[in-house]
Structure formats: C-alpha cells, structure tokens
Design a binder for this molecule. Structure first.
Ligand code: UDX
Ligand code: UDX
Length: 475
C-alpha cells in the first residue's frame, strides 16, 4: 500500500461524499476509507434508520469482514450522516450510489431503469456545490445516463465545474470485501483525463495501476450492463442444460465440471441452481433489452430477454417438480424452506428465487416454515406480501389469510424441518451441510423429501438415511 496523499485538481486533499449507503455504497466507501486514511469519506443517505445502523454495532448490510473494516475507519476518516448538503459542500468528489430499480410505471415499465433517484442526486449535488467537483456514477446505469447527469449539473451554475465519470462496481454480495480488496479490474470512464487520474489515484492506494482500465463514458456504462448480462447468461445456460440433464439421466454438475476444464469456457459461474436472484442481474438485462429496443435492435433485445425467461422457467420448474414428486399435491403439507437470501453470506433477498418458489407453493396451499440464518422475519413477510399483493400493492383479505395461516418463520433449520413432509433448500448456506440429518429424518413425515435447489447436500448420505432426494439437473 502506498501512503501518498491524494490531491484534488485544485491541489486540495481529496474529500469524498457518497450518496446512497446501500449494499454497494456502504461497503465500497468503507473500503476506500480503510485503505486511504488520508481521504475523508462521508456516506449520506436519505434514510435515517440506515445511517443509524451504519453507526451502530448492527450494520444494515451483512457481509463477511465488513464490520472490522467499518470499525477501523469509522470516526477516523469514515462518517455516516444524513446531513446531505454539508457532506456535498465539503467534498470535491461525489459518488452516486443510489438504487436504480426497474420502472414499474409509464414508458418502459417493467424494463427501463427508474432514474428518478439518480436525477435527484445530480440536482442535490448541483444545489449544494460552490466549488468544482468530480461526480462519479457508481450506480449501474443505462448507457448515456452520464449525459443527463452532466446537463443537470452544468445548468445549475456557470462558475462551478463538474467532471462526470462512470466507475461501475463489480463486487458480488457475500464476497464484497474480498472483491473490493482484490478487484479483477477498476473501470473508469470519462472524457477528462485529469478527473480520471484523480479517481485512479484513490484506487491506486491499494490496486495496481495495470488493473485500472480507462475508457470513454459510454463504454464504461455499457461494460457494466454487459458484464452482468454475460454472467446471468452463463447461469441461465447451465440451468437450461439442467432441465435436459433431468430428462436424459445426465448429471449437470458432471457436465459443468467437464466443460469448465476448457480454458476458453472456464470453471466459474457454472453452478446450476433454482435460478439467479439479486438486485442486479434481472434489472440490468431488462435495462439492456430496453436499450436495444430503443435503438431499433429487436433481435438483440429478444436474445437477451431469453436469459430472464429461462430464469423464470427454472424457478417455476422447481416448484412444479416439488408438487409432482409429492404425489401431485402439497395442499396442507408442511414444507421447510431452508434459506431465503438470494445467495449465501448476505442478508439481501432482492429477487431471491425463494420468494417466487414460496409464492407458488402458497398458491398450492402448502404450509411453509422458513429459516434463513441472516434474514429477519419482517423481511421475509415483507417480501412475500410484496410479491403476492402484485402491482397495486394491496393484499386482499384472502391473500392476507393465506399468508397468516400458511407461513411461519423458524429459528433453526432443524426447527423448520420438524414434522415437515419436505425440505426445499433455496440458499447454499454452509451450515445446512452440517445439519444432523439422522435426527432431522426422524422428526419428519415419511416419505421425507429433500429438494436441493443448490446441489449443496450429499445425495448418497441422504439417500442412505432414507430421504427421497431431488437435486437440480440430476436424474
Ligand atoms: C444500488 C443499485 O441497485 C445498483 O444498481 C447500483 O449499482 C448501486 O446502487 P445497492 O447499493 O444494492 O445498489 O442499493 P440499495 O441497497 O437499495 O441502496 C441505495 C441507498 O440509496 C438506500 O439506502 C437509499 O435509502 C439511498 N437513497 C436512495 C438515497 O439516499 N437517496 C435517494 O434519492 C434514493
Ligand atoms: C452480481 C455480479 O457478480 C457483480 O459483479 C455485480 O457487481 C452485481 O451483480 P451479485 O448479484 O451480488 O453480483 O452475486 P452473484 O455472485 O453474481 O450471484 C447472482 C445470482 O446468481 C445469485 O442468486 C447466485 O446464487 C446465482 N448464481 C451464481 C448461480 O445460480 N450459479 C452460479 O454459478 C453463480
């Protein structure tokens, strides 16, 4: 690590303000503050509860290693605050890291990104700036968003100069700290080389210069969407093959291992699953689809849209298999749902396959007992209510009864499985591998089914105990 002091274009030390203290803004800024003791980092958010949590022992984001990093930098050069105007005024570099959900209304509904929050941030920065600033888009955005951000900023004042950069974040949840510490690359897009180098200087505190890629703004914005689209496409590709494996007697893990040895394909991101989730993959592909349609490329749009359709099919296929195997009815049968987060080592449930599978099982009148080591009861209820209520956001009386009568949340995997007809494993938490399956088997109804949506468990061991085990892409 070098200890050089990073200077702004005006010769002052770099001072950062980050708007948005979510899963991306929080950990990224904590890492910058941790690695750059000479840079003041203020993270702001409109949500006072989130900020209070960042200032407490119970961070709002569960991420292995995050707390240690926050603890070391907090109070030194890392601050979490709701005083947005003051943090902007003091900074000479502002990151925008607010959410950009898929639009649910108007033009582009269901596809385009809702840029309302990004635009508000640009306006807030403009209103509170009386000195020059570098504005960094951290949020994943549609190509050419920087153009709008630039226009909003430049129309506010003729004396203050803003340089806009795109610096997408590639961290994956659950491994955010490692990803931030040892990134494959840092991507900076922009048209001012001075501004690009100013941001590069921040990362150069711990990232070798050869890993910092400089591009134009549009390439940077599009690279982020493309990276997520390619990653999601790999998951949908292996999941498509998993359906064929189930039909033919091939084993998807064996197929993945075999093709992964080809150095052109590579072994990573070939794990068949109940379907990808998370806040990014679906949103970013739909965004890409919308862009393609907008630019008159319907064939390209349809090509990418199929990745999302395959993912929906995979989730639906999983529920259908459960119902079929359980003698075509799960009505009034207790099913233990193991895991609710969209992947292990995070408390994030956005777009988690578990939510969709639970909804479909509830429609079949199953009784669900859900356990996740990091997701709260409130979050589970909120996610199910949101999905079941649909676009108008209001639950009918029947839907409320369905949820109240058929969903409980357990405190352990064993408790969830007690008296159940089946376990549906939705998230690959390590602790599920270490459960005492002998005693779980004894506590369950017979035949005792396990539907392993992550191919996590030892099939032979479970079969020897007496379980009826069904995995993804296995005969
Ligand atoms: C989000 C986007 O989903 C992702 O595409 C982008 O790359 C980075 O930002 P994430 O950090 O996971 O990712 O979102 P979220 O955890 O929802 O955090 C966003 C935060 O911004 C929230 O805490 C929200 O309160 C805050 N926010 C939102 C503001 O402070 N101001 C706003 O106007 C809107
Ligand atoms: C992703 C990108 O990896 C990251 O670079 C970007 O910044 C944000 O989006 P994230 O969504 O946090 O990160 O997690 P990721 O590890 O990519 O997993 C996404 C989903 O795909 C999860 O539901 C995961 O379980 C699933 N997945 C991943 C599979 O089903 N199989 C795999 O082989 C890999």
């Amino acid at each position: 690590m070098t200890t050089n002091t990073t200077e702004s274009t005006t010769g002052e030390p770099t001072k950062i303000c980050c708007l948005g203290a979510g899963y991306v803004g929080g950990p990224t800024m904590a890492m910058i503050a941790h690695q750059c003791p000479d840079i003041d980092v203020h993270v702001v958010d409109l949500n006072p509860e989130r900020i209070a949590a960042w200032n407490s022992e119970e961070l709002p984001v569960y991420e292995p290693g995050l707390y240690d990093i926050v603890k070391q930098a907090r109070g030194r050069n890392l601050r979490f605050t709701t005083d947005v105007p003051a943090a902007i005024r003091e900074a000479n570099m502002c990151f925008i890291s607010v959410n950009t959900p898929t639009k649910t209304f108007g033009i582009g509904a269901g596809r385009a990104a809702n840029l309302e929050f990004v635009e508000k941030c640009a306006r807030t920065i403009a209103e509170n700036s009386d000195t020059d600033k570098v504005v960094v888009e951290k949020s994943t955005l549609p190509v050419r968003t920087a153009e709008s951000v630039k226009r909003i900023l430049s129309s506010a004042s003729s004396t203050v100069k803003f340089d806009v950069l795109s610096n997408p974040e590639f961290l994956a949840e659950g491994t955010a700290i490692d990803d931030l510490l040892k990134p494959d690359r840092i991507l900076i897009g922009g048209d001012s080389s001075a501004a690009i180098e100013k941001l590069a200087d921040v990362y150069k505190h711990w990232v070798p210069d050869e890993k910092i890629i400089r591009t134009n703004l549009w390439s940077s914005e599009l690279s982020k969407l493309t990276a997520n689209a390619f990653l999601a496409q790999r998951v949908s590709s292996i999941n498509a093959i998993s359906a064929l494996c189930e039909a033919t007697g091939a084993d998807v893990d064996e197929v993945a291992a075999a093709i992964g040895t080809d150095s052109r394909i590579g072994p990573k991101f070939l794990k068949a699953s109940v379907g990808f989730g998370g806040s990014c993959f679906q949103k970013d592909i739909l965004n890409l689809v919308y862009l393609c349609e907008h630019f008159g490329l319907p064939e390209v749009a349809q090509y990418w849209e199929q990745v999302v359709k395959m993912n929906d099919y995979q989730k639906y296929r999983f529920t259908t298999r459960i119902v079929k195997k359980m003698f075509n009815t799960v009505s009034s049968k207790k099913i233990a749902i193991w895991g609710f987060a969209f992947k292990k080592d995070t408390n994030d449930t956005r777009e988690s396959a578990a939510i969709y599978v639970c909804r479909d099982l509830l429609e079949e009148r199953a009784k669900l007992t859900i356990f996740d080591p990091q997701v709260s009861l409130e979050q589970i209820r909120k996610d199910l209510e949101y999905l079941i209520a649909g676009p108008n956001g209001e639950l009918t009386d029947a839907e409320r009864h369905l949820l109240n009568d058929n969903v409980t949340v357990a405190k352990s995997a064993e408790e969830a499985a007690y008296g159940a007809h089946a376990i549906a494993l939705m998230t690959e938490w390590d602790e599920f591998k270490d459960c005492d399956f002998q005693s779980i088997y004894k506590s369950m109804m017979k035949p005792a089914f396990v539907f392993d949506g992550r191919n996590l468990l030892d099939n032979q061991m479970l079969a020897d105990i007496g379980f009826d085990i069904e995995s993804i892409g296995k005969p």
